[in-house]
Design a binder for this molecule. Structure first.
Ligand code: TPP
Ligand code: MG
Length: 201
């Protein structure tokens, strides 16, 4: 399975739900597969994709999808533990696991040496997990995830290919565009982040 084709499957399935994407090829390929206002592209902030998605999931009732990478998650494994602790039912994490730090030179990551991120997620108490290796499996699991309370943690094994051109991301515009897609409720921290989230009030 290739990430670009898999990304198109995600976009076909998820309708208008927000996506947070890992830096590098994940963000570039999401932009090429289908730029939309509800794509929150991360840029440079390695390791924070699922942490940002977790914060969003705790702040809205909508389902939030994180498209993370193995290398980035390995740098911030604590976020898996925090997802397992908070258990937001509306969070779906998909890890594009190419077993390497692709963008910076294809160095093998720990998942090429035996680290099993699905088992890490299970060990952290995340109730719904899966590992997929084909587009068909991804489609089937994602359909289930979108219709079953989570949090979900889906490891999608992918084969790396040539990277597509960089997406023309401007982080400030991404934030503005993304926030503008949420209703301006007085208690919605995605549009008015200085207010307290539903979980902390
Ligand atoms: C704190 C920090 N360290 C290192 C980098 C450099 N860097 C950018 S992308 C990347 C690899 C990310 O690997 P992964 O999440 O597996 O994504 P892939 O490139 O394989 O799609 C690295 C090391 C960075 N941006 N920030
Ligand atoms: Mg990787």
């Amino acid at each position: 399975m290739h990430r670009f084709e898999a990304t198109k499957i995600v976009l076909e399935q998820i309708g208008n739900r927000p996506i947070v994407s890992n830096l590098g090829p994940t963000t570039d390929e999401l932009w090429h597969a289908g730029h939309r206002d509800r794509n929150f592209y991360t840029w440079g902030s390695m390791g924070l994709c699922s942490s940002i998605a977790l914060g969003m999931a705790l702040s809205t009732d909508e389902q939030v999808v994180s498209l993370d990478g193995d290398g980035s998650l390995l740098m911030n494994l604590g976020t898996i533990a925090t997802i397992g602790r908070e258990k937001p039912q509306n969070l779906i994490v998909i890890v594009w696991d190419n077993e390497e730090w692709g963008q910076t030179g294809h160095q093998s990551s720990h998942t090429a040496m035996g680290t099993d991120l699905e088992r890490v997620a299970q060990g952290c108490g995340i109730p719904r997990t899966a590992k997929v290796t084909t587009e068909e499996q991804l489609e089937t699991v994602l359909k289930e995830a979108l219709n079953t309370p989570g949090p979900w943690f889906i490891v999608a094994k992918i084969e790396e290919t040539e990277h597509l051109p960089y997406a023309p991301i401007e982080p400030e515009m991404t934030l503005y565009r993304f926030r503008a897609t949420f209703p301006r409720a007085s208690t919605n921290p995605l549009t008015e982040p200085w207010r307290r989230s539903k979980k902390s009030s």
